[in-house]
Design a binder for this molecule. Structure first.
Ligand code: AMP
Length: 108
C-alpha cells in the first residue's frame, strides 16, 4: 500500500492534533470537522478500506478493537452520544485510502 496522509501522520511526518494512541491505533482531530467533536480513529496496520479487510489475517477482529477503543475513548471524554462512520471505497465517499473511522458528536 502506498503512503497516504494518514500513514505520514503515524510516522509524524505531517502534524495532527493527536487525541489518543495505542500500539494498534491512532486517533486525531479531523482537519475539516463536521461536528463539535470529529475524531478519526485509524489502524496503524496499512489497510486501505473496510472493503480490503482480510479475514485470514483477522482484520475483522482489529476493526472490532478499533470500535471498542473509540467507545472507551468517548466514555473517558464524557461523551455519551456519537456517530461512528466508515466511508467504504471511492463510490462510498472515501477520500483517504487508509482504514479509518469517523467519531462525530455534538458533545466534547
Ligand atoms: P473519508 O476518506 O471520506 O472517510 O474522509 C477523510 C477525512 O480525512 C476527511 O474528513 C478529511 O477532512 C480528513 N483529513 C484529510 N486530511 C487530513 C489531515 N491532514 N488531518 C486530519 N484530517 C484530515
Amino acid at each position: 500500500m502506498e503512503d497516504t496522509i494518514f500513514s505520514k501522520i503515524i510516522k509524524r511526518e505531517i502534524p495532527a492534533n493527536i487525541r489518543h494512541e495505542t500500539d494498534e491505533f491512532l486517533a486525531f482531530d479531523d482537519i475539516n470537522p463536521q461536528a463539535k467533536t470529529h475524531v478519526l480513529f485509524i489502524t496503524k496496520k496499512p489497510i486501505e478500506s473496510i472493503i480490503d479487510l482480510n479475514e485470514e489475517e483477522k482484520d475483522h477482529e482489529l476493526v472490532g478493537r478499533l470500535i471498542l477503543e473509540a467507545r472507551n475513548w468517548a466514555k473517558a471524554e464524557g461523551i455519551t452520544g456519537y456517530r461512528l462512520k466508515f466511508h467504504c471505497g471511492k463510490a462510498g465517499g472515501q477520500e483517504v485510502f487508509h482504514l479509518h473511522m469517523h467519531l462525530l458528536s455534538n458533545q466534547g
